[in-house]
Design a protein around this ligand. Structure first.
Ligand SMILES: C[S@@+](CC[C@H](N)C(=O)[O-])C[C@H]1O[C@@H](n2cnc3c(N)ncnc32)[C@H](O)[C@@H]1O
Length: 350
C-alpha cells in the first residue's frame, strides 16, 4: 500500500483542508504544503479520503521529486521516478476507493505552473513512456475518460506524480443540479462551514444564499439546530430549495432582503455568507452602501458569542466596515476565486 497521499485544494485553502484531513483521519501526518496541495502520510488504509469536503481531489503519491534539474536530465529523472514508483500499491488504493472496481484504462494528465526548460507535454511523455513498462497487463492507454488518471504536477521546486483516487463528483457534488452565476464552489462553501467551528446547537443563517451552496455544505458537514437561508431573488430560492432537496439537507428558505431580515434580535449564532463581489453582481459603490446596511442587520440578529464567516473580494472595504461596527476578525484566509483574490473573514463582535 502506498502511504503518501496528497490533497489538491483551491490555492490558499491548503492548511484549512489539512485541518479537516487531520480531524477526519487522526493518523495523518503532514509532510509539506505546496501551492494548492497538502502532501501527507497515512499509516492506516485510506477508506474515508473521498469523504473530505474541503478538498478538490485526492491522490496516492507515486513520486515526489524535489529540485528537479533542467534539460534532458530532468526528463530522465521524471522517467526513472515513474519507473521506480509503487504503481501496484497505488492501484490497490484506487480499487479500495472504488469499491473493488477493476481499472481497464489509463491516461496521463500534466500540469505545469513552475518554469522549466522542457514542455509540459514532454514531461507527460516521459511519464507515459515509463508507465507503458510498469502498467499491469489488461489496462489500456486511452486519450480521455480513463479509469486511472496519473497526474504529473510540475510546481517549480516540487514535482508530484500521483494516481487520482477521486473523480469529478468529489468537487462538483452530485446534489448540485442548479447553478447560478457567482455560485460558490462547494469546497469553498465547505471550507467556510469548517471555519465556523460547527456545533449541533448552531442556528445558522446565510442572508444572501444564492443557490444555497453554503447552507447545504454546512448541513452535510455537521449537525445543527437550524439552517436558514434567504435571497432577494425568487429564482435563487427556487434553485436553493431544489439543491437542498437533492442533497437531503433540511433547510428553511425565504425570499427576503438581507438588509431587513424577518428574524428576531439575537436569534442566530452563526452567519455564513458570500457577499456580492461587485463584479458579477452589484457595483463597487452599491457594495459600500449594501455592506454598511448588512453589517447593521447582522449586528442585530447575531446572538452573544456568535461567529460570522464571510467571503468577499472587497477585502479592504469589508475590513473597514467590520472594524467601524465593532467586529473583530480572528482569522482571514486569502485565496483565489474566479481569477481574483478573495478573503474569508472569521469575525466576532468585539
Ligand atoms: C455572491 S452571491 C451568493 C452566491 C451563493 N453563495 C451561491 O453559492 O450560490 C450573492 C447573492 O446575494 C443576493 N443579494 C444581493 N443583494 C441582496 C439583498 N439585499 N438581500 C438578499 N440577497 C441579496 C444575490 O441575489 C446573490 O444571489
Amino acid at each position: 500500500m502506498s502511504d503518501l497521499f496528497y490533497a489538491m485544494t483551491m490555492p490558499g485553502l491548503e492548511t484549512l483542508a489539512f485541518s479537516e484531513i487531520r480531524a477526519t483521519i487522526p493518523d495523518s501526518e503532514l509532510v509539506k504544503f505546496m501551492r494548492g496541495i497538502a502532501l501527507f502520510r497515512l499509516t492506516t488504509s485510506p477508506e474515508n479520503l473521498l469523504d473530505l469536503r474541503t478538498t478538490e481531489d485526492v491522490f496516492a503519491t507515486l513520486a515526489h521529486i524535489k529540485g528537479l534539474r533542467r534539460g534532458q536530465d530532468a526528463l530522465r529523472v521524471l522517467h526513472s521516478a515513474t519507473l521506480n514508483a509503487d504503481l501496484v500499491g497505488a492501484i490497490a488504493s484506487w480499487r479500495r476507493a472504488h469499491h473493488g472496481a477493476k481499472p481497464r484504462t489509463w491516461r496521463v494528465v500534466s500540469q505545469m505552473s513552475g518554469s522549466y526548460d522542457f514542455r509540459r507535454m514532454d514531461g507527460g511523455q516521459a511519464v507515459i513512456d515509463a508507465l507503458r513498462k510498469t502498467m499491469p497487463r489488461g489496462i489500456r492507454l486511452v486519450e480521455d475518460d480513463a479509469d486511472l488518471e496519473i497526474w504529473l504536477w510540475l510546481g517549480g521546486n516540487d514535482v508530484l506524480i500521483g494516481l487520482r483516487l477521486s473523480n469529478a463528483t468529489m468537487r462538483h457534488r452530485q446534489y448540485k443540479r442548479e447553478h447560478l452565476p457567482a455560485s460558490l464552489r462547494p469546497t469553498v462553501a465547505a471550507s467556510m462551514s469548517w471555519l465556523s467551528r460547527p456545533t449541533a446547537e448552531d442556528i445558522v443563517v446565510d442572508p444572501l444564499c444564492g443557490a444555497g451552496t453554503i447552507l447545504i455544505e454546512r448541513g452535510l458537514l455537521a449537525p445543527s439546530q437550524r439552517l436558514l437561508g434567504g435571497d432577494i431573488r425568487e429564482q435563487a430560492i427556487t434553485l436553493a430549495r431544489r439543491n437542498a432537496r437533492s442533497a437531503d439537507v433540511d433547510t428553511t428558505w425565504k425570499v427576503w432582503d438581507a438588509r431587513e431580515l424577518p428574524l428576531e434580535a439575537s436569534s442566530v449564532n452563526r452567519i455564513i455568507t458570500n457577499l456580492p463581489f461587485g463584479k458579477q453582481i452589484g457595483t463597487r459603490a452599491e457594495n459600500e452602501e449594501l455592506y454598511t446596511a448588512l453589517i447593521q442587520e447582522f449586528d442585530r440578529v447575531m446572538g452573544p458569542n456568535g461567529l460570522m464567516v464571510s467571503l468577499t473580494s472587497e477585502d479592504r472595504l469589508w475590513d473597514t466596515i467590520l472594524q467601524e461596527h465593532g467586529w473583530r476578525t480572528q482569522k482571514k484566509v486569502v485565496f483565489v476565486v474566479l481569477g481574483q483574490p478573495a478573503s474569508i473573514f472569521v469575525s466576532e463582535r468585539a
